[in-house]
Design a protein around this ligand. Sequence first.
Ligand code: AP5
Length: 216
Amino acid sequence: MSQSDLIFIGPPGAGKGTQAKRLCEKLGVPQVSTGDMLREARAAESELGKRVAEVMERGGLVSDEIVIGLVEERLARADAAKGFVLDGFPRTIPQAEALDKLLRRLGRSVKHVVLLEVPDALIVERITGRRTGETTGRIYHLKYDPPPFPDRGEGGERLLQRSDDVEETVVNRLATYAAQTAPLVAYYADKGLLRRVDGVGSLDEVSARLFAAVGV
Ligand code: AP5
C-alpha cells in the first residue's frame, strides 16, 4: 500500500494549491489538482473545456461524473504509483465515495485528509491578490508572496489573474463550499483521517504546521 496518498480540502483561496505544491516537493509525488486540469481544458478550448466554462465562471461545481473521470485517468498514470496529493478533489460526498471505490480497486488507501482552515473574512483578499505565472503555474500573492516585478514573475514570465477570482464569484464559491464540500469534514473525521491545519499565518508557518500534521 502506498504511504503517500493525501487529500487537501478547504475553502477557495485557503492556500491548498500553495501548500500542496510544497508537500509534493517534499514527498516527491505529483500534485493532482482538478481545478488546474479543468483550467487546462478551458485554455485548450477542448470539448470538455467548453462544457465546464460556464459553471466555473459562476463559481459552481462541475459534474461529479466529469471530475471523477479526470481523476481516474490521472491516478492511472505511472508517476502516481508511489503516491499523490489530491488538491480540490473530492468536493462532494459522491466524489469521496467514488474515490474510496477507485482506491480499493487499486489496493491503496488515503493516509491523511488535510483540512486547511481559513476564515471567510480573509478569503476575498487572498483570492483577489492572487496572480499565477503563465508558464510555470507558480502561485503568487501581490502582498503576501509578491512576484519579483509587479506584472512579471520569476524568469520574466507573464502573470495571469484567474477569471473566477473576482469578488462576486468568490462569494458564490464560498457558498458552494459550505453547501457541497463542508459535509466532507464529518465524512473523513468519522474515518479518523481528518487533520485540521490552521491556514492563517505566513506561508512558512502554515507549511510547518502542515508537515507536523502529516508527520513529514
Ligand atoms: P480550484 O482551482 O480547486 O479552486 P478553489 O478550491 O476555489 O481553490 P483556489 O485554487 O481558489 O485556492 P487555493 O486554496 O488553492 O489557494 P492558493 O494556494 O491559490 O477550482 C476552481 C473551480 O473548478 C471550482 O470553482 C469548480 O468550478 C471547478 N472544480 C475544481 N475541482 C472540482 C471538483 N472536484 N468538483 C467539481 N468542480 C470542481 O492561495 C490563494 C492565494 O492566497 C494565493 O495568492 C496565495 O499566494 C495566497 N496565500 C496562500 N497561503 C497564504 C498565507 N498563508 N498567507 C497569505 N496569503 C496566502
